[in-house]
Design a protein around this ligand. Structure first.
Ligand code: M6R
Length: 637
C-alpha cells in the first residue's frame, strides 16, 4: 500500500527522489518522508498529508545528499501523524517499509524490555530497532550490517519490503523483501575522468525510476540487496537468507514513461479511460496469440474445469470482471463457474474442486494472493494480471497479462475492460460453435475501434448529467445478466471517487426490497442489455411510477424499440416533472451507445459508468486520482 524508494547516485539525488515518490503516490498519500545521512547522522524530514506538503517543507529548508530513502504512506498501524510517518529511525539505523509485520506486537514488547523507546504506533518501528539490536551486538563491520539484517529478517513475519541505511555507513544501502514487490534498477554512467559511477535505484514499483535506468530486476522473496558506493568503483550484491551470494539477473528496461505522465489529460483516470480502445486491442491481440501458443495447456485446464468447476477469484473491480466472465462461461462455454471475493473465499472453509483463476490488476492484492496460496498446492492456478512481474504472476501456473499498461488512477478503468477482454477471449477459445466465436471476436474488435469515437462525441452529455448527479446523496445502479456486474462496478466507482452512497442491484431484485428507497431524491442508472430489454424496461417503469428518476444506458437498437413500445412516453414523463426548478435532472434520461452486441455493448456500458463517476467527481471537487482513504494496491488483508 505504501511506496518506498532508495536512490544511490553520485550527484544530488533529492529532486529525483521526490519525482520517484510522486510516481508512487498512488500507493498511499496519508503522509510522506525522506531520510539522508550527513556527518554520520540520520536526518529525516516528514510531512502529514499529500507529498506536496513534504515538497513545500523541503523547498523551505532543503536537504541534500547523493544517497537517500523515501516513503509515501497508506496508514495501517497508527493514524496519519508525523510520528507515524516513515522513515523510522533507531540510533544508527533508518528504514522505510511497505507491507505488514504481523508479529510486531510481541517484537515490540521484547525490544521495549531491551530498553528501546518507541516513538510511533507503527509496525515498522520494530524493524529499525530490531536491526539496531542485532547490529549493536556486533563489531559493526560491513558483514555485520548484512548479518544484522539477516537476523532481523528471520524474526519478521508477514509480507514486507524494506530499504535500510546505517548512519555509520553512509555510502551503503540495503533492501530486503518477502511477499511484497521490490525492484532494482541500474544506470551506467561515467565520470569525466572515465571512472565508472553507476546510479542505483530501489523502489516498490519500477515506474518510480524507469525513466533513468537502462537495466532492472525484481527481487525475489527472501533476498537481501547490498549497494556500496566506492571512491573508485561501485558495487551491488544480492544474497539469500544464508548470506550466500546470488547472481543478479538484470534485464533491459522496457517500461515506457508515457504511462508515468498524464500528458494533456487533467487526471490519470481520464487518460486511462481514453486509453481503453488501445488497451482492448492490444490485450485482444496478445491474449489470442497466447491462446494459440498454449492451446494444449489451456484446453487441459478448461477440460478439468468443465468436468468439475471453474472458480474465479478476485477483489473489487477485478471481482466484477469475474462476475461478467461467469455469465459468459456458463452461457456459451457451458462450464459451471463460480465467481467469489478472495476475502470471503479465504475464511469460509470452501469445498475445493475444479480449477482456479485469480484476477488482479496489481497482482499484489494480499487477499487474492492468500486465496491463491490456499489452493495452489492441490490445484492448477491461472492468473490474469496487469503487472507481469507481480507476485501473482510469479506464483500461478498459467499467466495471462492484460496489456492495459500501468494503471495509476486509484479507480480502476482500463484494467477492468482489459480483464473482460482476456476472459471473453478465453471463453471464446472454449466455444465450439464457430459462428458464436466469430461474433465474439468481431464484437470485441468493433468495440475497441469505435469506443474512441464514442468518448469523443458523448463527453458533453455525460458531463451535463454529472452536473445534476453531483447534487444527490444516494444513487442506485441496476442491470440484468452480464450488465448486473456492470451495475455493481458503476456503484463502486461512484463511492470511490465521488463519496456518494451508491448500490448496484440485479434489476430483478428491485422489488424485493430496494424499491422502498426509490423517490425523487434517488437517481437510478439502468444498464439495458438487449436480451433483457422487456424485463428491464418494466423495472424502469417501476422506478418512474414511484417518482424516481432514471438514467437509462442502452444501445441504439434498444432505444428505437423503446420508442416503439412506449411511444412518446419519454417526453410525457419528462413534462410531468414535479420540481423542475429545484432539480433539472429529468425523470427519464437516455445515454445511447452504438449497437455492437451482447459482448461489445458491455464495453460501452463500462465507459459510461466510468465517465459518469469521473465527471461527477470533478463537479464535487474530489481529487479523482487520489480519493480519500484509498490506495491503489491493497497489500494488507
Ligand atoms: O489490483 P487488484 O485488481 O487486485 O485490486 C483489487 C481492488 O482493490 C481494486 O479493484 C479496487 O476495488 C479499485 N480501487 C477499484 O477501482
Amino acid at each position: 500500500m505504501c511506496g518506498i524508494v532508495g536512490f544511490v547516485t553520485h550527484k544530488s539525488v533529492m529532486k529525483k527522489l521526490m519525482m520517484g515518490l510522486q510516481t508512487l503516490e498512488y500507493r498511499g498519500y496519508d503522509s510522506a518522508g525522506v531520510a539522508i545521512m550527513q556527518n554520520n547522522q540520520i536526518i529525516t524530514r516528514k510531512a502529514v498529508g499529500k507529498l506536496v506538503n513534504l515538497a513545500n517543507s523541503l523547498q523551505l529548508a532543503p536537504l541534500d545528499s547523493n544517497i537517500a530513502i523515501g516513503h509515501t504512506r497508506w496508514a495501517t498501524h497508527g493514524g496519519a501523524t508525523e510520528n507515524n510517518a516513515h522513515p523510522h529511525v533507531s540510533s544508527s539505523v533508518v528504514v522505510v517499509h511497505n507491507g505488514i509485520i504481523e508479529n510486531f506486537a510481541c517484537l515490540r514488547d521484547e525490544l521495549e524490555e531491551q530498553g528501546f523507546k518507541f516513538k510511533s504506533q507503527t509496525d515498522t518501528e520494530v524493524i529499525s530497532h530490531l536491526i539496531q539490536f542485532y547490529y549493536d551486538q556486533s563489531q559493526k563491520t560491513c558483514s555485520d550490517r548484512l548479518k544484522s539484517l539477516q537476523q532481523s529478517f528471520n524474526r519478521l513475519k508477514g509480507a514486507f519490503a524494506v530499504v535500510v541505511c546505517f548512519s555509520d555507513a553512509p555510502t551503503e544501502m540495503f533492501a530486503f523483501a518477502r511477499g511484497s514487490p521490490l525492484s532494482f534498477g541500474v544506470r551506467n554512467t561515467q565520470s569525466q575522468d572515465q571512472k565508472v559511477q553507476n546510479e542505483y535505484y530501489i523502489a516498490s514499483d519500477p515506474l518510480a525510476f524507469s525513466q533513468w535506468v537502462e537495466q532492472m530486476c525484481h527481487l525475489s522473496d527472501n533476498q537481501i540487496l547490498h549497494i556500496c558506493q566506492g571512491p573508485d568503483t561501485d558495487s551491488y550484491d544480492l544474497y539469500d537468507m544464508s548470506l550466500s551470494k546470488i547472481q543478479v539477473k538484470l534485464e533491459q528496461n522496457s517500461l515506457s514513461d508515457q504511462f508515468v505522465n498524464k500528458g494533456s489529460f487533467a487526471h490519470f483516470m481520464l487518460k486511462e479511460i481514453n486509453e481503453q480502445p488501445r488497451a482492448i486491442l492490444d490485450t485482444l491481440a496478445h491474449v489470442m496469440s497466447l491462446i494459440d501458443q498454449r492451446k494444449e495447456s489451456l484446453d487441459q485446464y478448461f477440460n478439468k474445469a468443465r468436468e468439475t468447476q471453474l472458480n474465479l477469484i478476485a477483489c473489487g473491480t477485478s471481482y466484477h470482471a469475474c462476475l461478467v466472465a461467469k455469465y459468459f462461461f456458463e452461457k456459451y462455454a457451458r462450464i459451471s463457474t463460480t465467481a467469489e471475493l478472495a476475502s470471503e473465499f479465504l475464511y469460509r472453509s470452501p469445498v475445493l474442486k475444479g480449477n482456479y483463476c485469480f484476477v488482479s490488476q496489481s497482482g499484489e492484492t494480499r487477499d487474492t494472493i492468500a486465496a491463491h496460496d490456499m489452493v495452489s498446492n492441490q490445484y492448477q492456478t491461472m492468473a490474469i494480471v496487469n503487472v507481469p512481474t507481480s507476485q501473482l504472476a510469479r506464483k500461478a501456473n498459467i499467466v495471462l497479462t492484460t496489456q492495459a499498461g500501468p494503471e495509476i488512477g486509484v479507480a480502476s478503468t482500463k484494467a477492468f475492460t482489459s480483464q473482460l477482454v482476456v476472459y471473453l477471449a478465453l471463453c471464446m477459445s472454449q466455444i465450439s460453435d464457430v459462428q458464436t466465436k466469430n461474433s465474439f471476436k468481431q464484437q470485441l474488435t468493433i468495440a475497441a475501434t469505435t469506443l474512441g469515437e464514442y468518448l469523443q462525441f458523448h463527453t458533453t452529455e455525460i458531463q451535463q448529467l454529472a452536473q445534476h448527479l453531483s447534487k444527490y446523496k444516494s444513487m442506485t445502479y441496476l442491470g440484468r445478466g452480464a450488465s448486473f456486474p456492470i451495475a455493481l462496478e458503476g456503484a463502486l466507482k461512484l463511492k470511490e471517487i465521488c463519496y456518494i452512497h451508491a448500490e448496484g442491484y440485479a434489476a430483478g431484485e428491485l422489488k424485493h426490497g430496494p424499491i422502498a428507497l426509490i423517490d425523487e431524491q434517488m437517481p437510478v442508472v439502468v444498464f439495458v442489455s438487449e436480451e433483457n430489454l422487456e424485463k428491464i424496461m418494466s423495472n424502469v417503469q417501476e422506478v418512474l411510477a414511484r417518482n424516481g428518476k432514471c438514467i437509462v444506458v442502452l444501445n441504439q437498437a434498444c432505444r428505437e424499440l423503446f420508442d416503439e413500445s412506449y411511444s412518446s412516453k419519454a417526453s410525457r414523463i419528462n413534462s410531468q416533472m414535479e420540481s423542475p426548478i429545484l432539480d433539472q435532472l429529468q425523470k427519464l434520461s437516455f445515454l445511447v451507445t452504438p449497437k455492437v452486441g451482447e459482448v461489445g455493448d458491455l464495453f460501452f456500458q463500462s465507459v459510461v459508468l466510468q465517465m459518469l463517476a469521473y465527471y461527477t467527481a470533478l463537479e464535487l471537487g474530489v481529487d479523482v486520482d487520489q480519493p480519500r482513504n484509498l490506495a491503489k494496491c491493497v497489500t494488507v488483508e
